[in-house]
Ligand binder design. Structure first.
Ligand code: OAD
Length: 250
């Protein structure tokens, strides 16, 4: 079913749900001004100093030139500094307080869900404001932008650290995908919001949910690779659609 707004039937599904899981992608942050990777918009930022993002955010480059990787991340952090969560992020933070179980799974590293007040979050691809020691692997907040020290040094052992994000050619952090899979399998209602659903393993989560019996609702201005599988696609912007579920109805 393809809709353009939250109908009474959809609202009833939402109101009756007990265990909800949500997968978000770059599209939830689009209305805050964060560029998406795909699906229209300005993709010029994904080339920097003549290098594509796949090379800049890669396991190879962090091994050979961590300073350059940090310069690239500093540039991206600089773009995020003044951005604020939008109505979609805030709605999800409110949803969390309504259900018996609620898990927010995000592919985004921008931290806007946390800023909006979400608590129970699985950040599949890490967080751009965190660093991880290249030697002892401990993680710590690194919010200074621009960085005073490049690479920043581990607070525990003093060794160089890297951004605590998943780079191209790397696995997801240990255990996190398993937790996301578990939440998806337990959900009776699963939302897939603002993701083109082409990057795996994240894109397999709506499939897991569907196979485990959940109703799956997609929210995106465009149909995607996952639209064929979902029960409902709501064509629209996250910041406009998500608040409709918690709007007082007269
Ligand atoms: P994409 O950039 O692939 O997809 C963004 C999706 O958001 C598209 O389907 C758009 O139609 C949709 N969209 C745009 N504006 C929207 C709005 N206002 N409301 C709702 N949806 C909107 O982003 P992801 O699927 O998140 O990985 O990309 C997945 C991964 O690809 C990223 O996490 C990143 C990248 O490689 C890593 O960096 C490891």
């Amino acid at each position: 079913m393809v809709l353009t707004e939250v109908t009474n039937e959809l609202q009833t599904m939402f109101d009756n749900a007990r265990r909800v899981a949500v997968l978000t992608g770059a599209g939830i942050s689009a209305e805050s001004g964060v560029p998406t990777f795909r699906g229209g918009g300005d993709s010029s930022i994904w080339t920097w100093r003549g290098r594509p993002v796949t090379e800049l955010s890669s396991a190879e480059l962090i091994a050979s030139n961590p300073t350059l990787v940090w310069e690239w991340f500093d540039y991206r952090r600089g773009m995020l500094l003044d951005l604020q969560p939008n109505a979609g992020h805030y709605a999800l933070a409110q949803w969390e307080r309504r259900f018996e179980e609620f898990t927010l799974i995000t592919q985004n590293i921008d931290d806007l869900h946390r800023t909006a007040g979400s608590l129970n979050m699985l950040e599949l691809h890490g967080n751009i404001w965190r660093a991880r020691c290249l030697r002892c692997r401990s993680t710590f907040e690194a919010r200074e932008c621009p960085l005073e020290q490049n690479p920043p040094l581990c607070l525990a052992c003093g060794n160089a650290a890297r951004p605590d994000v998943v780079l191209f050619g790397e696995m997801l952090p240990e255990g996190i995908f398993e937790r996301a899979e578990e939440a998806s399998a337990r959900a009776d209602l699963f939302f897939v919001i603002g993701t083109s659903a082409v990057v795996y393993p994240a894109a397999s989560l709506p499939i897991v949910a569907k196979q485990s019996g959940a109703k799956v609702i997609e929210i995106n201005p465009e149909e995607t690779d996952i639209s064929f599988l979902v029960d409902v696609t709501v064509l629209g912007k996250a910041g406009e659609i998500l608040p409709q579920f918690i709007k007082e109805r007269g």
